[in-house]
Design a protein around this ligand. Structure first.
Ligand code: ADP
Ligand code: GN1
Ligand code: MG
Length: 357
């Protein structure tokens, strides 16, 4: 193992547990995820992805491993040709190992010739991603939901996120609250989105499905020709509403500037990307979704943009405890970015309706 890239004894330990010779591997930090720690290993037995699960967020990493294993077995039995990127077992046949200091690690095969994108350049990429996320839920439509554990309770429960936001406002220091004033106003201006969510849930109007819950564009692997290969980052696969997946794709694909952009003038909605997501997702899920669910496609975008804005803002008010940040106001910028995206999305609503009828 190259000393300059490795300063972490846990990594050496993990490689050994997975039967890889540490000396034979180059280890590099990889990807741009906000939650886990990811390294690419390149060496004698090929390439791998090593991940340390963020156990401050995922309190029971073993539940994630358990869920993924159950899905893997189901998919192997029902669609053996489907590319499902699951962790590989350690020498002692564990899919998740724990180092001496208690951190959790898993090893995944690096899918050769694959890449992820953080920014979408062509609407075909949005189409391909939507096909992959739709296909995932479709292939699992007969999976028994009771077998899945909730790895993050109430993850996309908008009513609860709204309550958490209010608590963070009540507890925030004066300075943070003052700096967040405009964003806080936006929360109340758009409260109707949370009210609609509350109604949908309490009336049981839409079914639970196996949902990915993190359909950001960099959670899809593409091949060299730009075709979608499969979905990755399965930590949040749980029972949920399709709104989470459709909505988060809309949230992350519509604007050429992503959630990190501080120049809000760069945010705008691309109609052709909206159609690409709709067409890609419906190609797979069109015959599975109920009419009620289909009628909520446009709402799903609002819901997820609003939810993410609330989450970034809440984290800012709480003192940046959840998302990795690289500069002090990053979570507030992310929240303001999402509110700008939401403002433009709301303006386009009639146009979206014309497009999809
Ligand atoms: P996070 O939860 O932190 O977002 P991810 O599981 O999404 O973690 O991994 C981070 C990045 O690592 C991905 O966006 C992707 O670029 C890369 N990656 C993860 N798993 C694989 C894999 N099996 N093959 C190739 N690249 C991968
Ligand atoms: C996190 O792990 P990553 O970076 O793909 C977050 C998502 C947010 C996203 C915002 C477990 O996703 O819910 O939408 O950041 N994942 C978790 O960028 O909270
Ligand atoms: Mg990810």
């Amino acid at each position: 193992m190259k000393q300059e890239t490795i300063k972490n004894n846990n990594i050496t330990y993990a490689l050994t547990e997975f039967g890889l010779e540490p000396e034979g591997y180059e280890v590099k930090k990889f990807g741009s995820g906000l939650i886990n720690y990811t390294w690419k290993l390149t060496g004698s037995k090929g390439s791998y992805i090593l991940q340390q699960i963020n156990d401050t967020i995922f309190k029971r990493p073993e539940d994630i491993a358990d869920n993924i294993r159950k899905l893997q077995i189901f998919l192997q039995q029902t669609v053996p040709e489907y590319l499902f990127v699951a962790p590989v077992p350690s020498l002692s046949n564990k899919y998740l190992i724990q180092s001496e200091d208690g951190s959790f690690y898993r090893l995944l095969p690096f899918i050769q010739g694959s890449h992820t994108v953080d920014y979408l350049q062509h609407q075909e990429q949005a189409y391909e991603a939507a096909v992959q996320f739709g296909k995932f839920t479709r292939l699992l439509k007969d999976f028994d939901l009771k077998q899945l554990k909730y790895t993050l309770q109430d993850f996309h429960n908008l009513s609860l996120r709204f309550e958490e936001f209010k608590t963070s406002c009540a507890q925030a220091g004066h300075s943070r609250l003052e700096r967040a004033k405009k964003a806080v106003e936006e929360v109340f201006l758009n409260m109707d989105i949370a009210r609609i969510y509350g109604g949908l849930i309490s009336n049981g109007e839409i079914p639970l499905r196996v949902v990915h819950h993190d359909t950001k564009i960099n959670n899809v692997l593409f091949d060299g020709q730009g075709k979608g290969l499969c979905v990755i980052d399965l930590d949040t696969v749980m029972p949920g509403f399709y709104l989470s997946d459709a909505g988060d794709m809309l949230r992350t694909c519509l604007s050429p500037a992503n959630e990190e952009e501080s120049d809000l003038a760069k945010i705008h909605i691309r109609e052709d990307f909206f159609m690409a997501i709709y067409n890609g997702y419906m190609k797979e899920m069109g015959e599975v979704l109920t009419p009620k669910e289909k009628g909520l496609f446009i709402y799903s975008g609002k819901m997820m943009i609003y939810l993410q804005a609330l989450r970034f803002l809440t984290d800012f008010l709480n003192g940046d405890k959840y998302y990795h940040i690289t500069y002090p106001e990053q979570n507030l910028i992310r929240a303001s970015n999402q509110f700008e995206l939401l403002r433009q999305y709301n303006q386009q609503e009639d146009r979206f309706l014309q497009l999809i009828g």
